[in-house]
Design a protein around this ligand. Structure first.
Ligand code: NYM
Length: 212
């Protein structure tokens, strides 16, 4: 296929950093500028695997920790062909969480190392840009109470943030850290600027493989 491919843009961060709001605004802004763009999110709770993950997050079922980690990864792999197809069709994808959340959340549990957690996601479509919405646990707490899904506890989120910081040291991934303690619009402008640059950069390059 000739022509420009779309870019794979991921928004990551701890819970309550504003990822979903910013994903929605980014897709709208890219479209308004004449660029094809669509939003995706992980976990995608609409598939069979996603429904199982959703029950787990809602604490309606319990799953063994390795098992649930592999389900989160399987949920990305089942959508990998669609991701590749969209990118090749020239559609940029704005994705709310990806493998980095997978690794950060599981490796915040006792007994899980970063390397073991990364393995199942090795070879997924590689993001062209990962925007990390940086928010201190104190600021996240000021935004109101956490919900009551699994993992929504301040102490756990502190460890998750440390794991993200370890992942951000990897120079093979195009990380951009965004200070999320600002207004929605200020954040949006910075995110849009980075995204447009990534879309231009990615246009003539093949889709690479994550952590490979
Ligand atoms: N989560 C998300 C994981 O533990 N592993 C993953 O691979 C992914 C993608 O699920 N607390 C966690 C992070 C969140 C929760 O919440 C999903 P939301 O509100 O759907 O983004």
């Amino acid at each position: 296929m000739t022509g420009r491919r779309g870019a794979l843009i991921i928004l990551e961060g701890v819970d309550r950093a504003g990822k979903t709001t910013q994903c929605t605004k980014l897709v709208q802004a890219l479209r308004a500028r004449g660029r094809a763009a669509e939003m995706m999110r992980f976990p995608d709770r609409t598939t069979k695997i996603g429904q199982m993950i959703s029950l787990y997050l809602e604490k309606k079922i319990n799953l063994e920790d390795h098992t649930v980690h592999l389900l989160f990864s399987a949920n990305r792999w089942e959508l990998a062909p669609l991701i590749k197809k969209k990118l090749e069709q020239g559609v940029s994808l704005v994705v709310d969480r990806y493998a980095f959340s997978g690794v950060a959340f599981t490796s915040a549990k006792p007994g899980f190392g970063l390397e073991w957690c990364k393995n199942p996601d090795v070879g997924l479509p590689k993001p062209d840009l990962v925007l990390f919405l940086q928010l201190s646990p104190a600021e996240a707490a000021r935004r109101g109470k956490f919900g009551d899904e699994r993992y929504e506890r301040t102490d756990f989120q502190k460890t998750v943030l440390q794991r993200f910081e370890q992942l951000m040291k990897d120079p093979s991934v195009n990380w951009q850290v965004i200070d999320a303690a600002r207004s929605i619009d200020e954040l949006h402008q910075e995110i849009l600027r980075h995204s447009e640059a990534a879309i231009e950069q990615a246009a003539n390059q093949p889709v690479a493989e994550l952590w490979n």
